[in-house]
Design a protein around this ligand. Sequence first.
Ligand SMILES: Cc1cc2nc3c(=O)[nH]c(=O)nc-3n(C[C@H](O)[C@H](O)[C@H](O)COP(=O)(O)OP(=O)(O)OC[C@H]3O[C@@H](n4cnc5c(N)ncnc54)[C@H](O)[C@@H]3O)c2cc1C
Length: 284
Amino acid sequence: MAETYDIVIIGGGAAGFTAGIYAARDRCRALLLERVAAGGQVLNCEHIENYPGFPDGIAGYTLGPLLQQQAMHLGLAVQLAEVEAVRLEGELQVVQTGDGVVRVKTLIIATGSSFATLGIPGEEAFLGRGVSHCAACDGAMFMERPVAVIGGGDAALDEALYLTQYASQVTLVHHRDTLRACQLLQERAQANTKLTFHWHTVVRTIEGDTVVQRLQIEDVKTGERSVLEVPGSFPTSVSPQTPSFSMAWCRSTCRGRSSQICGCARPSPASWLPAMCVAILHGN
Ligand SMILES: Cc1cc2nc3c(=O)[nH]c(=O)nc-3n(C[C@H](O)[C@H](O)[C@H](O)COP(=O)(O)OP(=O)(O)OC[C@H]3O[C@@H](n4cnc5c(N)ncnc54)[C@H](O)[C@@H]3O)c2cc1C
């Protein structure tokens, strides 16, 4: 007979563990299911300095396990498993993982976001062969070589600044005239002599033979096209990750019920903010 929990949380990022801490402190019988490793996207953050309580900042790979440690210390059960499907059986949700099923009264989906593709020719073909979504993982491969970072938010500047440790030159390609990143990161970027900017510019194609060699870029104001000779390209935008099971689950669970009962919350006005503090707010 499958175990029954009060709360199951899908996703072990900052949002999921925050929800888990609250559930455990309320003495709910709670289980968190994570498919990869505790921390989620935090593990890709080289240095986090906007999380209260760490005056010198903290490395993401240090914070990730701490989130799990704190939640487990309070009584949250954590299991490494990917959720494949969810269905409603009577008043209980049945959560299917590769290891079996668990039954639960309340389900929290905190599956975060994943990297959005630019949808341009060459992007998929060169993934892992010059196209990367993780500077911390792949940056060292571009030692003393030029790279491009595509984007203009916090993650883009984080990645670009990190890459300046290795690359000979980092070019930020951004489709607008101004950056969305916080002012502090903008100041650091402007002061870094290894960083140059291609404003109001988009990447049209990524080209090479077996690995990336160049990007075809276009100035969206003038329509002028040019070539950026780089062996490495780091697209940085993300989009919410909505597992296929969650939409089906929401539709079946919400039928004939109010959104408070079914719990399919609409995104809050702050949900566009790509920051951990917002993830935690949502986790609440
Ligand atoms: C390069 C970079 C730098 C950043 N720097 C900062 C920063 O300095 N400060 C800041 O505040 N924010 C920063 N962010 C943003 C921050 O990391 C995210 O906003 C935050 O981690 C999101 O947390 P989350 O819990 O919502 O989702 P995620 O961290 O994405 O966690 C979701 C988890 O769900 C799991 N999951 C998904 N589907 C399933 C499934 N079917 N079954 C089981 N598990 C599943 C995933 O494996 C993942 O672990 C940065 C992001 C990036 C990419």
